[in-house]
Design a protein around this ligand. Structure first.
Ligand code: GDP
Length: 612
């Protein structure tokens, strides 16, 4: 069966590290490694993987083949390499050192965080009402996601979505807009779980914290207690020789607000925030939506340069020419400089919060860049499955990192049922630290594993460890989408054993997957109020309602979820066997096509035995 196109086994492989895109096909991979597509296909066939030359390969397959022929590769997301070129086109040089020492100062951008009901919203309202920037008095304040106030002639920008969700979601996308966090703690309630979360999120992002001890108007207020509780979490007040600024306030009665703003300005000064107002603007999309009358509307915070009406812009995969700029009072403005939030009208599409916003050298380039990104975005969602588990030091790949001789740090988020067990778990984990592996606790908390934890894990490349707690559905879904590893345990020594095993490269997978059924999509039709329904033919096994499912197109996973409805003719049924036709409804997946394969599977937990 040898074809003449096979390359001899000992043909030289390229020297050095070859960059290979995830989800490459054999046709693309082969030539990069001085082999033919047929070499790749044949090798994979020997490994029991039936692929065609034009089918996207998984990370494992690519790595296996590279290892087989002794080539060194680095897997990158599709578009990642192009992104460098695209950014160069936009005039952005990643490695350029920018000297800002003579640039003018810029206003700080502040996010308010803290436990629910501690007064974040009240504080933001109070600050806004008392200090709106002088000028067009009477302009109706508009919610655009951020606003600016003035204090002693200096401006401060506030992100007016309080809490760490937005903050961390942005960071997970690689955007950092916040310069200073105001941590609100109610003086009558003290440090609560979300207070601790907020501290950890701010720390993970390396953003300084100013504490606002709120509700001091309440008779039960006890600021001293709050301070000592905060000190336990490493925030020691200046009064006690620490370096955390704490300000007593009442958001309700407007007490201490100006002092709080002064403190923010002190920290801003220390941080020495500067930006060059000259040149083409760059910034970050804070929020965006589709407005019926106005089209796509995006609020951006300018980080450098000055954004002007008529500028050609790119925001993620959206582009356009700025039609109008509106400030936080809904007024038209001609331009926006550093740290100023503005609404931008005129984009082709709705960008995603966290997208970088850049003024392009020309409209043509703006369009080219956006369209190329859109193209890669589509490709990478096809290859999603293949790259879901990429990234640095998580439990699963810590060993490889150690072996490469890199000093590895294992980033962990630990959630437990009660404080006692949280302490016990942390203590035991700390004992595992060795020279070559350090542990870093990005966040520790009591309670179930939430979407927030997953977002933080994704932003800081951490593994989540749960002790007597489980992720909720949203957390699980997000973890799956973001490739975040969650491990849950009920027995402490099992947990320790696993982490230990990971360090020596013997981590057993937690779940084993068993495919239970396979069906082919023969026809797709839309049912009003139900959405798309796939008319399928069951090829193997059994398709069961409620079971986990993967959608495969040309062998590539394009969607994962559950089967929400299953019908034989018009009847709802629980399961359909091989050899029969059925209708499958998948509530939130719209992009079905004829020829797609539906694969249902079960995850069976593997009993972990002592590794040795
Ligand atoms: P958030 O969940 O942190 O945004 O909290 P809110 O701003 O919604 O405030 C929660 C509750 O606490 C509301 O009923 C507020 O009126 C009240 N509150 C906020 N700040 C103060 C304060 O300084 N003093 C008093 N007494 N109540 C306050």
């Amino acid at each position: 069966m040898d074809a003449p196109s096979y390359t001899p086994q000992d043909a030289p492989v390229p020297e050095g590290v070859v960059v290979v895109e995830r989800a490459s096909t054999a046709q693309e991979l082969g030539p990069k490694l001085n082999r033919t597509a047929a070499d790749v296909v044949r090798f994979l066939m020997q490994q029991g993987e039936m692929v065609t030359a034009t089918q996207s390969l998984s990370d494992d397959m690519i790595e296996l083949f590279a290892a087989e022929i002794g080539a060194e590769i680095r897997l990158v997301d599709p578009g990642e390499e192009q992104e460098v070129d695209l950014r160069r086109k936009l005039g952005i040089d990643e490695f350029e050192e920018v000297d800002l020492s003579s640039a003018p100062p810029r206003p700080p951008v502040v996010t308010v965080m803290g436990h629910v009901d501690h007064g974040k919203t009240k504080l933001l309202d109070q600050i806004r009402n008392a200090n709106v920037v002088e000028g067009e008095a009477g302009g109706i304040t508009q919610h655009i996601g951020a606003y600016q106030v003035e204090r002693n002639g200096q401006k401060i920008t506030f992100i007016d979505t309080p809490g760490h969700e937005a903050f961390t979601a942005m960071r997970a996308r690689g955007a950092q807009v916040t310069d200073i966090v105001i941590l609100v703690v109610a003086a009558d309630d003290g440090v609560m779980p979300q207070t601790v979360e907020a501290i950890d999120h701010a720390r993970a992002a390396d953003v300084p914290i100013v504490v606002a001890i709120n509700k001091i108007d309440r008779p039960t207020a006890d600021p001293q207690r709050v301070m000592s509780e905060l000190a336990e979490h490493g925030l020691v007040p200046e009064a006690w020789g620490g370096d955390t600024i704490m300000q007593e306030v009442s958001a309700l009665e407007g007490i201490g607000i100006d002092d709080l703003l002064d403190q923010v300005l002190v920290v801003a000064e220390l941080e020495d925030l500067r930006a060059d107002p000259e040149g083409r603007a760059r910034g970050v999309v804070l929020e965006a939506n589709l407005d019926i009358g106005r089209g796509p509307v995006a609020t951006v915070i300018v980080q450098s340069g000055t954004l002007k009406v008529a500028d050609p812009v790119v925001a993620g995969a959206a582009w356009g020419r700025v039609r109008a700029l509106l400030d936080d009072r809904g007024q038209n403005v001609d331009s926006a400089g550093p740290s100023m939030p503005v609404q931008v009208l005129g984009l082709s599409d709705v960008p995603t919060a966290g997208d970088e916003f850049v003024v392009a050298p020309s409209e043509k380039i703006a369009r080219e860049v956006a369209e190329t990104r859109e193209h890669w975005k589509r490709l990478s969602s096809l290859g999603r499955e293949a790259h879901a588990l990429s990234g640095g030091a998580r439990l699963e790949d810590i060993f490889q990192q150690i072996q490469r001789g890199e000093a590895a740090t294992l980033n962990l988020i630990v959630k437990a049922d009660v404080t006692g067990s949280l302490e016990a778990v942390t203590e035991s984990l700390r004992k595992l630290e060795r020279d070559e592996v350090k542990l870093s606790f990005v966040h520790r908390g009591v309670g179930g594993i939430t979407e927030n934890d997953v977002q933080l894990a994704s932003a800081s490349n951490a593994t989540i460890i749960g002790f007597n707690v489980r992720p909720d559905r949203k957390a699980r879904e997000l973890a799956e989408a973001e490739g975040v590893e969650i491990r849950t345990y009920e027995i402490i020594y099992k947990l320790i054993e696993d982490v230990e095993a990971a360090m020596v490269g013997m981590l057993a997978p937690e779940f084993e997957e068993v495919v239970t059924g396979e069906a082919e999509v023969r026809e797709v039709f839309r049912v009003p109020r139900v959405g798309p329904v796939a008319g399928c033919y069951v090829l193997n096994g059994t398709i069961t309602r409620g079971s986990k499912v993967r959608f495969l197109r040309d062998g590539v996973v394009i969607w994962k979820g559950t089967i929400s409805s299953l019908k034989r003719f018009k009847e709802d049924v629980r399961e359909v066997q091989a050899g029969y036709e059925c209708g499958v409804g998948l509530s939130d997946f719209q992009d079905l096509k004829e020829g797609d394969i539906i694969e249902t599977y079960e995850e069976r937990e593997i009993a972990r035995t002592a590794t040795g």
